[in-house]
Design a protein around this ligand. Structure first.
Ligand SMILES: C[S@@+](CC[C@H](N)C(=O)[O-])C[C@H]1O[C@@H](n2cnc3c(N)ncnc32)[C@H](O)[C@@H]1O
Length: 263
């Protein structure tokens, strides 16, 4: 089980690597199933059936190892699509386009070591409970808001609050920005979290990776008002225990970590 835990942590930081592993495992399992079915019952699988079976296994393994939902679809479709279009004269720009789209979503994987994965429904629900307990008018920021799902859900639920998302992955920014156009109390900035002045906000939310947490804590202590709240999904600050930890009861057994900024 330790290996699985490690792979799940790896999936947070390098999802593409874990997706590749899921594909390889599924292919090996498929090979075993095909050989066994043939030897025991004389069954032969068609190419597309085998491809679909491989896709299902790869998607399930990926999910079990902690990849987010959209990777489920990628893993499911990858081999069946290769088989279906293998003989078709697909223009090379299709592959280039797929690559560019992935790159534009995961822009920060390489430089900041923060890939894209999303706060789930339980995380958003728990965040809403935290927001509801804030005594003053809320000014909330999601540092690295991705396509903006949780941010917009909160903005809709708390129309009196002001919600800001900052994001530097171009495609994630564009999606979040378009989704925010009809939400008057929500703004999306194409801005690095390191260039965002946290003094503007009394609740700062982030779901990043272990890499930036120590520096982010320094920044928060320097800029945020004493008594305001920093909330991190999953990732702690080295040597600074959270004031509160709220369990999410999800398959990752993750939690929201809360720190009141000291005076
Ligand atoms: C794990 S995702 C979280 C998305 C969203 N906050 C959520 O919880 O669903 C982290 C996001 O932070 C973004 N990010 C990483 N480094 C950043 C930086 N320096 N400035 C702005 N966004 C950044 C990534 O592009 C990615 O979209």
């Amino acid at each position: 089980m330790r290996v699985v835990e490690r792979l799940r942590r790896l999936a947070q930081r390098y999802p593409a690597l874990v997706a590749l592993l899921a594909q390889l495992l599924a292919t090996a399992m498929l090979a075993a199933i095909v050989l066994l079915a043939n030897a025991v019952a004389g069954w032969r699988f068609g190419w597309l059936t085998a491809g679909l079976l491989q896709g299902l296994m790869a998607a399930s393994i990926g999910r079990w190892l902690g990849l987010s939902r959209w990777w489920w679809w990628l893993n499911l479709a990858f081999v069946p699509a290769l088989l279906a279009f293998g003989g078709a004269p697909l223009p090379s720009w299709v592959f280039l386009l797929a690559f560019v789209l992935l790159l534009l979503l995961n822009w920060n994987s390489f430089t900041e070591r923060v890939p894209l994965y999303l706060t789930g429904a339980q995380g958003t629900q728990l965040l809403a409970e935290i927001v509801a307990q804030q005594p003053t008018v809320l000014r909330f920021v999601d540092l690295g808001c991705g396509p903006g799902g949780p941010l917009l859900a909160l903005a809709r639920q708390f129309p009196q609050g002001q919600f800001v998302g900052v994001e530097t992955a171009p495609l994630s920014f564009l999606l979040a920005w378009m989704r925010s156009l009809t939400q008057r109390n929500c703004r999306i900035r194409y801005q690095s979290l390191w260039r965002t002045d946290l003094a503007e906000f009394n609740l700062v939310y982030c779901f990043l990776s272990p890499a930036p947490m120590a520096d982010l804590w320094q920044k928060a202590c320097k800029e945020m008002q004493p008594g305001t709240l920093l909330v991190s999904n999953t990732f702690g600050v080295p040597d600074v225990p959270a004031d509160q930890q709220l369990k999410l009861n999800d398959w990752r057994d993750s939690s929201l970590l809360l720190w009141r900024i000291p005076s």
